[in-house]
Design a protein around this ligand. Structure first.
Ligand code: NDP
Length: 324
């Protein structure tokens, strides 16, 4: 039986290929993949514009959701519905842009009750990362009464989920975007103020006016430096993205004069107890009508075009890939 896949074969863009059982990698659980999703990193991988794969050939797709068909692990049995994000999918282990994949049992999370399989990929790596960012802020003591929380790159996948979760939990959410056409959308997710992206793109003062108790930053670079300098005393900023660049042209002033904390977020190697907690919280704290309103679903054939769109900043919210 042939399994269609998007695979990186050389340094160019990914190619559509047909794989067979003999192409499946090492692993103790085989999954019939029903859905994957499109994340910024997938855009980099599919187009060949980012060096995501550490070896070739490599099936793209950093996440997947599907049904177990074979298992040599006592933890999973055929018929179980499972979700996998990160753990090197599409980097060191073939990923979710295919109809069948073999993976390691310890990477899998059971589909949370209350979410349909498609909804787990509407959340996907981006939504999972948004929840990890939120949990980090919560652990740092940021609460609804602490003050407003800023989300940068709010119109994107991580940003949209972060806005919806924070608003649902009673936070005053300020959403930063560069796209006027997302304003109504961001308000519909619960943002109470919109901040234009251009406020953060020029270098600012080492210490600016205190504006936010916390922030989820998906942009990095000068944006993150400005957000840090405008964070309230004892506030916290979760850094999870680099849509604006990987550098950080900042000073230590917010840290040493205001006790601001910079919290790093890595969804790929996140330990299993934290993963399970994040999925539990997503099932509880992300309103499903909001999730549905931020999600578009596309077919397998559209992956190359979608990859160009996400790199150009022209996707809104989350994109599910219906693999089967
Ligand atoms: P999206 O493309 O969906 O969202 C990114 C958003 O950032 C865009 O929608 C846009 O928002 C904004 N943006 C894009 N380009 C720029 C720019 N040049 N300057 C300022 N803002 C910009 O991507 P994802 O939500 O999937 O990912 C967001 C970031 O998070 C990426 O950098 C990704 O690599 C990272 N990430 C990190 C993870 C981790 O484990 N740490 C896991 C998942 C993602 P708007 O139009 O509203 O301004």
């Amino acid at each position: 039986m042939a399994y269609p896949a998007y695979q990186l074969i050389d340094k160019g863009p990914a190619q559509r290929v047909d794989l067979t059982d003999t192409d499946l990698p090492e692993g103790d659980v085989t999954v019939d993949v029903a859905y994957s999703s499109l994340n910024f990193k997938d855009g980099l991988a599919i187009t060949g514009k980012g060096r995501i794969a550490r070896s070739l050939p490599m099936v793209c797709g950093i996440d997947l959701a599907g049904t177990v068909t074979e298992s040599a692990s006592s933890d999973w049995k055929p018929g179980d519905q499972v979700v996998l994000t990160g753990w090197g999918l599409s980097e060191t282990h073939p990923g979710g842009y295919t109809t069948r994949q073999r993976v390691r049992s310890e990477w899998l999370v059971a589909k949370p009750a209350g979410l349909a399989l498609a909804q787990t990929m509407a959340i996907g790596t981006a939504g999972f990362t948004a929840m990890l960012s939120f949990l980090a802020l919560e652990d740092a003591g940021v609460r609804p009464w602490s003050g407003p929380v800023l989300v940068t790159g709010a119109g994107g996948g991580v940003g949209s989920v972060a806005v919806a979760v924070l608003a649902k939990l009673g936070y005053e959410v300020h959403a930063s975007t560069g796209r006027a056409e997302t304003h109504d959308y961001l308000r519909s997710l619960g943002a109470s103020a919109i901040v234009d992206r251009s406020e953060f793109t020029e270098p600012g003062k080492p210490l600016g006016t205190e504006r936010w108790a916390g922030a989820v930053d998906t942009v990095g670079s000068t944006t993150l430096a400005n957000v840090l300098s405008q964070t309230q005393r004892a506030g916290a900023v979760a850094s999870c993205g680099l849509a604006g660049g990987p550098d950080l042209p900042a000073t230590v002033m917010p840290f040493i004069l205001r006790g601001v904390s910079l919290l790093g977020i890595d969804s790929v190697m996140c330990p299993m107890p934290r993963r399970e907690e994040a999925w539990r919280r997503l099932a509880a704290d992300l309103p499903l009508p909001m999730l549905d309103s931020m999600t578009e679903t596309h077919g397998f054939d559209e992956i190359p075009e979608l990859a160009d769109r996400i790199l150009a900043g022209r996707t809104r919210g989350r994109v599910v890939i219906a693999v089967q």
